[in-house]
Write a protein that binds this ligand. Structure first.
Ligand code: NZQ
Ligand code: ZN
Length: 389
């Protein structure tokens, strides 16, 4: 096991009617004037946004709004939010939505106190040490941003989709999580969220660090829960208990607990961010195509851990590692397929993939080579992309 330092300071307020506590929680983080960040309209239509505004007002907090944040969020809305916060003296940000909204809120929070271009942090030119406090009202279990220190933003100039990872600065102060708020999700978003949370665990599970049995077992437990609960939420979107399990799995998948004590891979996320940047695909749907392809390469070159994954998560009984690894990839693909997720670039809507451009963009943004479990050079990267057809 590697040495590690792990701090997860977010207060999770989970369950029915949890959103009623938003005002009290925002006041406790020292907020007097809040910017409420939200998406394309689902939170307004459901009445949630109105209830959050009311809860904040009741706690004596003035509010402003930045709305219409789209999936795969872009830097232009971050600049807009930073200007608004500075002009109005905002001292806290409330994100009402999923990863795209939360990541925009986090980027604004980091940009406001910084005397320079917020993108400096994403470009690796500066280290973020402070940010306005961020609170989250989560409406989709997927990105895990409610518990992570990360924010993924696309810079429109050059289409760089980059994940900034902070240890502490961008971890939300609180996350309100009511599973009932997820009943309205369209099935394709529920499924994409499930693929994304599984990917967050697998990025950490496929590690070159040996003998981290406790973290392996935590990861396998969360993965097995997702595999068991996912068919229930797909069949009955208003199954509270199944939605609750999936929602908490999404947080545990990405708040760091599944990575303690070991190096993490993260190549599949990099491969997917290229697809989102170039073709605008839904992040989790892209991962359903990317991860089995990456795992095929892993099963050819380092089958033992893939075999362990297959045996412990999908109950594969094959004793030979190479054969068990191939069966594990098939089981993962079949599981994604059963949720209605795309399995090829064509099914993702990418009819004429430009493999050279995809490979070049991956190494431009991630470096060369990249990946801790399998070190991808352009040759392997292009080979993995070609496995996705
Ligand atoms: O915009 P609205 O109208 O709200 O609709 C959204 C959006 O179209 C809809 N939705 C959300 N909650 C809903 C709902 N529709 C009905 N009922 C509800 N309760 O779902 C759609 C997707 O929303 P989005 O926020 O994009 O989803 P997700 O949480 O999957 O976030 C994806 C983004 O997060 C990044 C991804 O790259 C992508 O940009 N990630 C962020 C991470 C992090 N910060 O730690 C880690 C992840 O690996 C990921 O990369
Ligand atoms: Zn992800």
């Amino acid at each position: 096991m590697d040495n590690f330092s792990y701090q997860s300071p977010t207060r999770y307020v989970f369950g029915r009617a949890a959103e009623e506590q938003t005002g009290k929680l925002a006041a406790a983080m020292g907020c007097h004037k809040a910017l409420i960040v939200s998406g394309g309209g689902s939170a307004r239509r459901s009445g949630l946004l109105g209830r959050i505004e009311e809860s904040l007002r009741a706690a004596g907090i003035a509010t402003l709004e930045l709305t219409g944040i789209r999936p795969n969020p872009t830097d232009d809305r971050v600049y807009e939010g930073i200007s608004l916060c500075r002009a109005e003296g905002v001292d806290g940000i409330i994100a009402v939505g999923g990863g795209s909204v939360i990541d925009t809120a986090k980027a604004i929070a980091g940009g406001v106190p910084y005397d320079g271009d917020f993108w400096d942090f994403w470009a690796g030119k500066a280290v973020m040490e402070k940010a306005l406090p961020v609170g989250v009202v989560l409406t989709i279990p997927a990105a895990g941003s409610e518990g992570s220190g990360n924010s993924v933003i696309t810079k429109l100039d050059g289409m760089h989709k980059i994940s900034l990872r902070t240890d502490y600065a961008l971890r939300p102060k609180f996350a309100v999580m009511n599973p009932e708020l997820t009943f309205t999700l369209p099935p394709e978003q529920t499924a994409a969220g499930i693929a994304d949370m599984m990917a967050h665990i697998m990025e950490r599970y496929f590690s070159p660090t040996q003998e981290v049995e406790v973290t392996d077992r935590v990861a396998e437990g969360v993965l097995r829960t997702i595999v068991e609960e996912a068919p229930k939420v797909m069949a009955r979107p208003d199954d509270y208990e199944a939605r609750a399990n999936i929602m908490w799995c999404g947080t545990l998948a990405h708040n760091g607990i599944c990575g303690c004590g070991r190096r993490e891979d993260w190549a599949s996320h990099g491969l997917e961010h290229v697809l989102s940047a170039l073709y605008g695909v839904t992040h989790g749907a892209g991962l359903a195509v990317v991860f089995p392809a990456w795992m095929t390469l892993a099963s050819e070159t380092k089958p033992a851990k893939v075999a362990q994954f297959g045996r412990r998560v999908f109950g594969i009984e094959e004793e030979d590692d190479s054969k068990a690894a191939i069966a594990a990839v098939a089981a993962l693909r079949s599981f994604f397929g059963s949720l209605g997720l795309p399995l090829t670039l064509g099914e993702l809507g990418i009819k004429d993939p430009d493999f050279a451009a995809m490979t070049a963009m991956f190494h431009r943004d991630k470096g060369n080579p990249f990946g801790a479990y399998i070190s991808l050079t352009p040759k392997e990267t292009e080979a993995v992309y070609r496995l996705m057809v």
